[in-house]
Design a protein around this ligand. Sequence first.
Ligand SMILES: [Zn+2]
Length: 222
Amino acid sequence: MNNQSIIPRIYNPISWFYEQKKEEEIQKDVAANMDFYSDISFQKFLDDNHPLSQNYEASDIVKINSDFTSNRSSNFMLREEAAEMFEWMARAFSNAFEFKAKLTINSARRSQSFQRQLSKNCSNARCANPWTSEHEAGLALDLGVNGWNIKAWSWKYYQWLIDNAHLYGFHNSYQKWMEIDGKMVEPWHWRYVWTWLATLLHDRWQTFAEYFYENIENKSNF
Ligand SMILES: [Zn+2]
């Protein structure tokens, strides 16, 4: 994985960068810089047909360390880069609302045994099967604000995330309908995919699943 250590923190030139490029060139960049199939990749696509390897355990899981969440962030863990980028995002979020609002973390990295337990009592549309959850990969967070869950799209706090989370590499995985990805809409579920991919998805108004099935799967020749 090259280039992934170069992470724009606040200003994101990637939207501009994509605007200047033709579709063909974008696909070449994607092929050169992103990996949708390896467990360890930040772009590892996950669904029932694309699970994690059974013995995979991310080796870079850390506690989240932020003073800008409404509950204690260190009770939750993510892969290191995702945690760090979340910390920047939580700070920017709170700042945008003059520190009167803070993100709440309701869930982050989940162990495989926890996910197995969870999916037993829950439909596949609501809870991912074991080995297919973005939480197990250590890349996803379920977010609220000041202790409230994010439920409505019209909410100004959700709108902030939709407008800004890609700058920090986060994407709202399930924001369209069941027929796109077989999942219920979950405005609270944000997954780290890295700033390039998050920005691409933001600019195209596509979910990761839409993008993956339209552009990546079965198109290995770009
Ligand atoms: Zn979730």
